[in-house]
Design a protein around this ligand. Structure first.
Ligand code: ADP
Length: 250
């Protein structure tokens, strides 16, 4: 977040990429893309490209990290070295540790962890190409991957950010908007219970702006939720069709 008077982010009532203030970038999700993982999802969101893979529930190692009454959801968010224009130094840094923690905590809210004591559910989020909003991409993709793994959950989590550019509240900040905007407010939303499982804020918003940003993000999360469910339906209908064809051939 920083302000730069030379960068024009709004022109003729539209944003620099031509979007309306309350318009999402294009989102595509495909479930079940990795054969070896128990569940997976590939997501494209604007220029972001993110892969999520789930393994488990399986025995937790190291043992001292086991919880006797529930499974631990252990997310690991990583940005590939080639995901940003300047090569990103490989390995965990403060930012990726923070994002891993918030994705883990958000997902723990929907997974029925008490069904799997002493276990771990590993969630890998790999950002292949980054262009602002990757934590929301990661959380959105990870929840589809968890469902694809057949892990019992109360609902999916949909995630999206709103923010402020040139004094205007807008949905889903793009790269320049993120760099030169005035605020960024990512949320994780559980549609069925109308609850939040992630809330962060970078920059400043007035109370009214906060309300406006929150309303925009929740509406957007409902749209994203439909795309998530469609990705899962698509995967399972294709699988069922393949099974049927196999049976017919036998
Ligand atoms: P988010 O990706 O959730 O918006 P940030 O606000 O921390 O998280 O980052 C905004 C964007 O800045 C990222 O999506 C990415 O495009 C870029 N970025 C983050 N870390 C780096 C880095 N180490 N090098 C270059 N660009 C980065």
């Amino acid at each position: 977040m920083g302000s730069n008077k030379d960068i024009e982010l709004i022109k003729d009532g539209k944003r620099i990429d031509g979007r309306d203030f309350d318009e999402l970038r294009e989102i595509k999700i495909k479930a079940g893309v990795l054969k070896r993982a128990d569940g997976s999802a590939y997501l494209e969101w604007g220029k972001n490209k993110v892969m999520a893979a789930v393994y488990g529930p399986r025995e937790m190692h190291p043992r001292h990290a086991q919880e006797t009454t529930k499974a631990v959801v252990r997310a690991r968010y990583n940005m590939a070295a080639f995901s940003v224009p300047d090569r990103k130094r490989p390995g965990p840094d403060r930012r990726s540790i923070e994002i891993s923690k918030l994705i883990s905590e958000a997902l723990e809210k929907v997974v029925f962890t008490e069904k799997y004591p002493r276990s771990v559910i590993d969630v890998f989020v790999e950002v292949l190409q980054a262009s602002a909003g990757t934590r929301c991409c990661g959380l959105t993709a990870a929840s589809v991957a968890l469902a694809d793994a057949g892990i019992p959950m109360s609902d999916l989590v949909a995630s999206c950010a709103s923010g402020k550019i040139e004094g205007q509240v807008v949905l889903d900040l793009g790269k320049n908007e993120d760099n030169y905007g005035q605020a960024d407010l990512p949320i994780g939303y559980i549609p069925r219970s109308d609850e939040l499982c992630l809330l962060q804020m970078d920059g400043n918003l007035s109370e009214d702006e906060y309300e406006e940003a929150m309303d925009m993000s929740i509406e957007a999360c409902k749209e994203i939720y439909e795309i998530q469910k469609e990705a899962l339906r698509e995967k399972y209908s294709t699988e069922l069709q393949a099974e049927k064809l196999n049976e017919e051939e036998m």
